[in-house]
Design a protein around this ligand. Sequence first.
Ligand SMILES: [Zn+2]
Length: 374
Amino acid sequence: MTAVIRGWLILAAAVAIVWASGTLFHAMQEREPIYPGAGVTRIAALSDYVPSLRGTAADTPVYMLEGRQPGPTLLLFGGTHPQEVSGVLAAVIVVENVQVERGRLIVIPHSNQSGFTYTEPLEAFPHDFEIPGASGARRFRLGMRLTNPLDQWPDPDIYVHYPSKEPLIGSEARNLNRAYPGRADGRYTERLAHAVLTLARQEKVNVVLDMHEAYPEYPIINMIVAHERAFEIGTMTAVALQARGIAMNIMASPKNLHGLSHREFGDHTQAQALLSETANPGMGRFRGRTDATLIVEGKDDNYVAAAKLKRLFVPFDASGHPLSSRVARQIATIEELLNAYNDANAEAGFKLSGLPEYDAVRTKGLGAFLASAR
Ligand SMILES: [Zn+2]
């Protein structure tokens, strides 16, 4: 082979690699559409509260579902950790289905937009997954737990949380849920945290629910974590879910663990702050083949084996933990949290319709509650 032909072949291979990776990179940047339902009265942006965020990767839509009658306000987060997709889907379903009569819901489905723009190298994660529906599928991105290094780099050796001075491993500097209350002149993740907290203060939010997932071998799953001012309504929520056969436990927010939403919204705003966790086998170290099917169907033989060895903190059989069941659990938690808030407060509470039923989400699937897939 002549040097010229070899040169052309190498050039062609380089162009193919750049084209393939560029296409993938572009797809990860493309935000999936959300179709606001009739209950959405206004779409704001996080940069409306902190204008310096405008035009940055941190800016994200804020969906306002305002009732005709004044009442309390719930601030709902999905995508604090973009890998934890049950919270994202639950937030999207609220935006597309719920109508508020009294009070307000403020919903941020993609809280850390940056984390949706990459997946961890060498972990073989799919970049997106689809939810099937009667008339087409909806694509959602699978992101990672931390801010994309392209938006915040390099990591310090030790991340010192502001203002507590608690030291954490350096990569946690990119963790939104270790960055609260944040600061206006900090790193990307601290600025994002500051903006979300500013929103909660300005909108005089009464309750915060930050929706997460964790792997089945982690003890804090199927759990509500509550700040001490929210512990009563958190307990009432967990008891109401258990009475319906939905196993959900309650845990107190540790006072010396800083940067977490349930700690810092409780300490730095007037809101009662809670966090929910479902069990996602697509995140764990025992997981087998990691593809979009695992993310959506949540079935994995390795986890069935691990459950038999009593290594897990949730039951795990061949039916797995499908995304539809995990989203149903998040939505039932929202429902019972609103009921608990109403029961604990004398003034007129939340009144809304359109929140899907737990059993309906599990049996009909998510596609039945997503706009374009209807
Ligand atoms: Zn999380």
